[in-house]
Design a protein around this ligand. Structure first.
Ligand code: SF4
Ligand code: SF4
Length: 280
């Protein structure tokens, strides 16, 4: 993790900043001498949308996917849980999806794999909070794609790699993790870390939780939305973020059932935590 922090600092302080119009020379194809060399011994952080796409591609549950293909490193400096692709235990520390023919999950490969050789920096994660996001080029020595005579600009690369959809879906996660709560040093207690992990990364368990508990007797959700949550992973992912914002940041993104709200108010009044008007 320290290595990653060092890289982040170097990117913010030293790397040339690219806009969508910036041009760069690069092409990756099966005939490059380094084909597949970048698909091993690499740190790939997975977003909730990455997991949703990968597990669908593999036809397995999110729980199976997390157990088989990921690690969740522990670091006391992490503000929230992160999930990374687990590399194989072979000499090359290969990605579990790479084969001689290339990426075995190409259509649903993670955001980070689509982006390479570009990266996207969000300075809000640091003390340079007022600066905007920017793209940068990650030139790895192993990569011979930079020697190819193929020029494109950043916007063309994003379009070609199908990144816009991933960016759109990634916004929900990014907005959440860059929330002032975390920026101002807020820490999650263990039960909220579990909520975070389930709603962000383990959508099948989250679905079982909301449909198999008293969740809907406490939170008002209309039937049309409930039907979507049963079938549609993207809707469930967005709903999960609303729930986390409600439960962790206290935002009004969910509506408490009227009867539950009344009995909660009575309970708080009984404990003296809400004053009756006459007492004020
Ligand atoms: S997911 Fe595909 S592109 Fe990404 S590292 Fe693995 S094999 Fe390579
Ligand atoms: S190292 Fe670069 S050029 Fe080689 S396969 Fe990976 S991305 Fe393509």
């Amino acid at each position: 993790m320290k290595e990653i922090e060092r890289l982040k600092k170097a990117i913010l302080d030293e790397y040339p900043r690219l806009s969508e119009e910036s041009k760069f020379c690069f092409k990756c194809h099966p005939d490059v001498p380094c084909f597949n060399d970048c698909c091993g011994d690499v740190n790939i952080f997975l977003t909730p949308y990455d997991i949703l796409r990968l597990r669908k591609n593999l036809g397995i549950t999110t729980d199976e996917f997390l157990k088989k293909y990921t690690i969740s490193p522990f670091d006391k400096n992490l503000k929230y849980p992160v999930v990374m692709l687990k590399m194989e235990e072979n000499e090359k520390k290969s990605c579990p999806f790479v084969s001689d023919a290339g990426c075995g999950v190409y259509e649903d490969r993670p955001w980070a794999c689509r982006m390479y050789p570009l990266g996207l920096a969000s300075p809000k994660e640091t003390d340079k909070a007022k600066e905007g996001e920017f793209y940068f080029l990650l030139k790895e020595d192993v990569c011979k794609g930079f020697k190819e005579e193929h020029e494109q600009n950043v916007a063309e690369w994003l379009e070609d790699q199908g990144i816009k959809e991933y960016n759109r879906m990634g916004e929900y996660f990014k907005e959440f993790t860059l929330h002032d709560f975390f920026q101002k040093g807020g820490n999650l207690p263990p039960e909220k870390i579990e909520m975070f992990f389930m709603a962000c990364y383990n959508l099948d368990t989250f679905r079982r939780f909301i449909f198999g508990s008293s969740f809907f007797s406490k939170i008002e959700v209309d039937d049309e939305t409930k039907a979507k949550l049963k079938e549609d992973d993207v809707e469930l992912m967005k709903f999960g973020f609303d729930w986390l914002r409600f439960a962790i940041f206290g935002e009004k993104t969910m509506k408490i059932n009227k009867n539950v709200a009344i009995s909660k108010e009575k309970e708080l009044r009984a404990k003296g935590k809400i004053k009756n008007k006459i007492d004020e």
